[in-house]
Write a protein that binds this ligand. Structure first.
Ligand SMILES: [Fe+2]
Length: 199
């Protein structure tokens, strides 16, 4: 029997639907409402079309959202075997709202260790999130049609649902594909930093 050794395995995590996602959405949609009132144009970063808020991670309602997802972050700390006393801090948070045919170009999340995407609303026919394999050598084999093993793939699309949570290393290049959605596709993204100086 072959024993697979997790050699250089990627710490990439997915929760199909978090607990209390309805409360999470209530908090985040209220932040979105406030941000749109303050700034109806929004930011333009990786988004092409759609609306993106400025950063709001100190907002009290984001702290309420933080309480809901804390168990998943604690699980992440165990998964990556983070040593005692080392903290994971949130560093930047924003909300994206895409209508059908809006998309996000390939990008990374620099100056942090993990990127997180939470799906406040994933409408019918919403655009999937796509990831490129950071191991370009594996996809250079050209075996993507010969095997279903994701190791050999060039890219990977994930179709989430409302309440889904994705956590992945910030060096994973990713993008949002165009959807055919009539309702808006709303996500909250944030970055996390491992702070080795915390005690
Ligand atoms: Fe992103």
């Amino acid at each position: 029997m072959l024993n697979r050794i997790p050699a250089f395995d990627y710490p990439f995590y997915y929760v199909e639907q978090i607990e209390n996602y309805k409360d999470a959405n209530k908090y985040l949609l209220e932040i979105l409402r406030q941000k749109k009132n303050e700034d109806p144009i929004g930011r333009n970063v990786s988004n092409r079309g759609g609306y993106q808020t400025s950063h709001f991670w100190s907002h009290e309602l984001f702290h309420e959202f933080g309480k809901i997802i804390k168990p998943y972050i604690e699980e992440l700390k165990k998964e990556i075997r983070l040593k005692d006393g080392i903290q994971i801090d949130v560093d930047g948070a924003w909300i994206n709202e895409n209508k059908g045919f809006n998309f996000n170009v390939p990008h990374l999340h620099p100056k942090c260790h993990f990127a997180v995407v939470y799906y406040i609303k994933f409408p019918k026919n919403g655009g999937a999130i796509g990831f490129q394999n950071p191991n370009k050598a594996a996809s250079m084999f050209g075996l993507m049609d010969a095997t279903d093993c994701s190791h050999f793939r060039h890219d990977l699309d994930i179709v989430p649902k409302t309440g889904s949570l994705l956590i992945f290393p910030s060096y994973f290049e990713h993008y949002v594909l165009q959807g055919d959605n009539i309702d808006t596709r709303i996500t909250c993204a944030f970055n996390m930093k491992i702070n080795e100086n915390e005690s």
